[in-house]
Write a protein that binds this ligand. Structure first.
Ligand code: NAD
Length: 269
């Protein structure tokens, strides 16, 4: 531990992972704790959050599990209260939850549109709504919203509801930054590019329309990496490192910004 987040209490939503390996939220939760933060690991899937907390505790860090749903206001109120009760404050809110359904405007169903918009926009709205009053009282806070490069760039795969919802994360974040700067609260977005996570694997399966067993993931990984100026796809740790910077006081003069963590993809896509 180098202690870049010593003394900070952090609520991470989607702190588990939808499959084996490292999701962005899971890596961020683990890295935050390694740097000295106390972490409330929130996930709809309690077992996934518990796995993250187990890793943190085995590492010598401090974390608690909270089984909660970011689209349910009562649950969000409870998770924010749980963070403040357990750790005494909520210094950083890391809004990482996001879901994806493939589909162009023509073939996206109304149900999928509503589901994606509901989850992906409430994922930042509700936790902010209930964490902000605490941060205002504290006179400080850092909010990190996970957007996506695909909120602003068409990467070729059709998932319109996801694109729109992720673009809106930036609009929300800029408004937060302007509104609460005077309260000592910063808000920034991270825009991941092509990141190798269980979620990306799921998106590939959805887009291919083929069974998982028929997809050559190795070949696909090479094709995906070739599109990126830095010639590799990202990992959940690349996203976690950017989040660590935004959570720490090293970014104390940065608010209302977007950090692309995409190997330069936004310059060519
Ligand atoms: N992987 C990529 O290539 C990529 C690219 C751009 C952006 N992102 C963004 O990164 C973020 C997270 O990615 P990840 O890799 O951690 O995904 P993940 O799917 O592995 O993890 C997300 C976690 O959120 C949880 N979750 C889902 N709905 C929830 C809800 N309503 N309430 C509480 N928890 C809920 C899931 O159970 C899961 O454990 C998302 O916002 C995603 O849009 C990922």
């Amino acid at each position: 531990m180098t202690g870049r987040l010593n003394g900070k209490s952090i609520l991470v939503t989607g702190a588990g992972s939808m499959g084996p390996g490292w999701g962005n939220g899971k890596a961020a939760a683990v890295l935050f704790a390694r740097e000295g933060a106390k972490v409330l690991a929130v996930d709809l899937n309690e077992a996934a959050a518990a796995e993250t907390v187990k890793i943190i505790r085995e590492d010598g860090g401090q974390a608690e599990v909270f089984a909660g749903n970011v689209t349910d206001e009562a649950s969000v109120k409870q998770m924010v209260a749980a963070c403040v009760d357990a750790f005494g404050s909520i210094d950083v809110l890391h809004n990482n939850v996001g879901i994806l359904k493939a589909g162009s405007p023509v073939d996206t169903t109304v149900e999928d549109w509503d589901l994606v918009m509901n989850v992906n926009t409430k994922a930042f709205f509700l936790p902010c709504k209930h964490a902000l009053p605490h941060m205002i009282k504290q006179g400080k806070g850092s909010i990190i919203n996970i957007s996506s490069i695909s909120g602003f760039r068409n990467l070729g795969a059709p998932y319109i509801a996801y694109n729109v919802s992720k673009g809106s994360a930036v609009s929300f974040t800029r408004n937060l930054a302007a509104t609460y700067a005077a309260n000592g609260i910063r808000a920034n977005s991270i825009l991941p590019g092509i990141i190798d996570t269980p979620m990306a694997r799921d998106a590939t399966i959805q887009n291919s329309g083929k069974p998982e067993s028929e997809i050559n993931f190795e070949e696909l990984a090479k094709t995906r990496a070739a599109r990126v100026p830095l010639r590799r796809t990202g990992t959940a740790w690349d996203i976690a490192n950017a989040a660590l910077f935004l959570a720490s006081d090293e970014s104390s003069y940065i608010t209302g910004s977007e950090i692309y963590v995409d190997g330069g993809l936004n310059c060519v896509a």
